[in-house]
Design a protein around this ligand. Sequence first.
Ligand code: KG4
Ligand code: ZN
Length: 377
Amino acid sequence: MRAILLPCAGRLGAADLRSFDLDTSPRIPRSPSRPEGPGSLLLGIESSCDETAAAVVRGGRETLSSVVHSQASLHAVHGGVVPEIAGRSHLEQILPVVDEALKRAGIELDAIDAIAVTTKPGLIGSLLVGVSAAKTLAWTRGLPLVPVHHIEAHVYAAAMEAPDGERPYPCLALVVSGGHTAIYRARSETEIEWLGATLDDAAGEAFDKVAHLLGLPYPGGPSVSRLAESGDAEAIRFPRYRHGGTEPAFSFSGIKTAVLYHLRGQDALAPTPPPEEIPDRADVAASFESTVVDVLVEETIRTARAEGLSTVLVAGGVACNRRLRKEMNERGGRAGLRVLFPSPAYCTDNAVMIAGLGFHLLRAGRTAGLDLDASPR
Ligand code: KG4
Ligand code: ZN
């Protein structure tokens, strides 16, 4: 058996472990006490990128607690996520965050029925922190361990908030985050098929890079969006990627490069001007945002029609974007589609979506042993 990495190794002291009252004598994993009942309590752990998160969710839907520690301020000076800094911060935060999630839920670890954890995709050093913590807790408490795919959990975040507990399947799902922009067909919570993705940058990545060019803080999505509110979205015509293939596809690097050329006065060798010397900064932000949104909305509607699906889920950090929410709802509605977004707190990385999807995976028997590993892809 592969060695279990204790999440505190070399970083946290014995006091941190004591706060979890860890009993290190190995126990035989027990089967979930109420695998199908609405009372199944899952602890979810998420550490794939720059948020350390833990949540307690009952029956896949009822959130008892959700704790998210954002590393945004640590990465802001670098204009993007630095993997080594991310991994180190996860190590420091993982135990306090799990502890806080249990405390806010008003329960002890003993009340938990299973532990769900993000195993892929993401930054490998960051994923390993969450996976190691989950394995350690599962082993010491004899709990089932449920591996969760981060992107599938984003899709679930939109489904879990469907009105009246409805299950909106089959449906199309657009996941737009900092690392991914892809379209899936979802047949159920646990059956998700990849249909197509960006050929280059993810939409969130393009927001982050354009924010950097405009001298705006990381993460770029919210800051570009805020500046865009005072700009004219029609002021600049940035190129839109249109592809003729049947499979869905996106491209955002051309838009980002067009912003760069616009700022440099079409001279590739010129330096990017400082923010105070960009007279149409808000117009650039608004025109860029509307171009990205237009590309996302058009390709999603086209794919929904081609796949014969009438419900669309939109998830991931960029799904917080107000223009995207408005246009997808309006244009999707005109195309006869029903569009579901998660509430903003569940668009960005969180552990509620991990514990929520984990419940359905547990019911489907998709648990793992202590040889569970993380994977960047
Ligand atoms: O899903 P997420 O929290 O992490 C990943 O799995 O990548 O997404 C983070 C991304 C970042 O690129 C951030 O700039 C973007 O979501 N984002 C937004 C907005 N809020 C966050 N993009 C556009 N508009 C927003 N309001
Ligand atoms: Zn994410």
